[in-house]
Ligand binder design. Structure first.
Ligand SMILES: [Zn+2]
Ligand SMILES: [Zn+2]
Ligand SMILES: [Zn+2]
Length: 359
């Protein structure tokens, strides 16, 4: 993630900020320009003081404190490009629901930032009612008890998230009971959108053979594979070829897990780049140095990303341990995993609607 500047006072501001702490003006993010605007009220709309005369509209979800994005020029609807894909949001009269939903929207905007940086196509439910992209953020029915919990997942373009995942206590308890090293909202989004893009870029764009050569044959019975995984656990040597234990349960999950890690790596490297992070070669046992001098969204291949990523994780994992925290990135990237990341890299870069670097 980049750092941004307030257009009124040039103070550094962050992606999630809705106001500038230095000059006090409201902020709105311009999703297509990857930039932040300071905002002054102008009638019932907004104006950027550095660009007087322009009319800016904030996403309607901003009224609930759930969005800081501006609606792109030329779009008439009340929602920004990230919120337009919402199909269902929880009952906001319940303050816990509203709180959870706001956290979920933060993670979703982070996902959309990357999708827009890659300029991947997104087809909504209006254009494609059967398989278009849409989000449902649902709460368990308290009257139903545990009988029919809302399951997080992807189904023909529809991504469902149980909003309880936004509660730290809930998510941590699920992480422990499922034996996952990392469970985050942003991770859910990056994983589930991976299933959506498998449909779009692998199945529909005719890349099944190449994908099967890397991830295995996804025609293997999915429900059976999942049952087997949950009852018998992963194969003992899963870590030699898979990024996570869950990835080993079925080629679809392997793809989605790899896709999510590709997004983790690209985003975190962009953040390291924005802050100018460097490490000295001798500070790591592997003798690797971190020097992110490139735009991770424009990396030529996965090797370039991994070459910078490994020393970054060594450094940041060590800092986390100094603070008594678990590793930031508790995963090992084996050679087969890097090959899978390279496949995802090629898939994404082949599908980009333009390749010119963004401003
Ligand atoms: Zn400012
Ligand atoms: Zn919005
Ligand atoms: Zn999945």
């Amino acid at each position: 993630m980049r750092l941004f500047a307030c257009t009124n006072c040039t103070n550094t501001v962050h992606f999630d900020n809705s106001g500038c702490l230095s000059c006090g003006l409201k902020l709105g993010y311009r999703p297509k320009e990857f930039a932040m605007s300071a905002l002054q009220a102008r009638g019932d709309a907004w104006e950027d003081p550095s660009n007087p005369g322009g009319v800016l509209r904030l996403c309607q979800n901003g009224e609930q404190g759930a969005c800081n994005w501006l609606i792109e020029d030329g779009h008439d609807g009340p929602f920004c490009i990230a919120c337009r894909y919402n199909i269902t949001i929880p009952d906001l009269s319940d303050p816990t629901n509203a709180d959870n939903w706001r956290k979920i929207e933060v993670a979703k905007r982070h996902l959309f930032y990357s999708l827009l940086r890659f300029n991947l196509r997104m087809i909504g439910r209006v254009e494609d009612p059967n398989e278009g992209l849409g989000f449902r953020f649902l709460a368990d029915d308290p009257l139903a008890g545990n009988a029919s919990p809302i399951l997080t997942g992807h189904d023909d373009g529809l991504i469902t998230l149980n909003i309880a995942e936004a509660s730290d206590a809930e998510r941590e308890s699920r992480r422990v009971s499922l034996g996952e090293p990392l469970r985050t909202l942003i991770g859910h989004f990056r994983h589930e959108i991976g299933h959506y893009y498998w449909n779009l870029l692998v199945r529909d764009d005719g890349d099944l053979d190449r994908c099967r050569a890397v991830f295995g044959d996804e025609r293997r019975d999915y429900d059976e594979a999942l049952q087997q995984y949950y009852h018998q656990g992963p194969s003992p040597e899963w870590d030699k070829t898979f990024i996570s234990a869950y990835a080993s349960c079925h080629p679809w999950e392997d793809f989605a897990e790899t896709w999510a890690h590709y997004f983790h790596i690209v985003d975190a490297l962009e953040t390291a780049h924005a802050f100018g992070l460097r490490t000295h070669p001798d500070t790591t046992t592997e003798g690797l140095s971190l020097n992110v001098t490139f735009d991770s969204y424009e990396a030529v291949n996965a090797d370039v990303l991994i070459g910078a990523w490994v020393p970054l994780t060594l450094a940041v994992n060590s800092i986390n341990r100094s603070m008594g925290q678990g590793d930031l990135y508790p995963f090992v990237l084996s050679v087969p995993v890097v090959e899978k990341l390279q496949y995802v890299h090629e898939l994404i870069h082949g599908a980009r609607r333009h390749t010119s670097p963004v401003p």
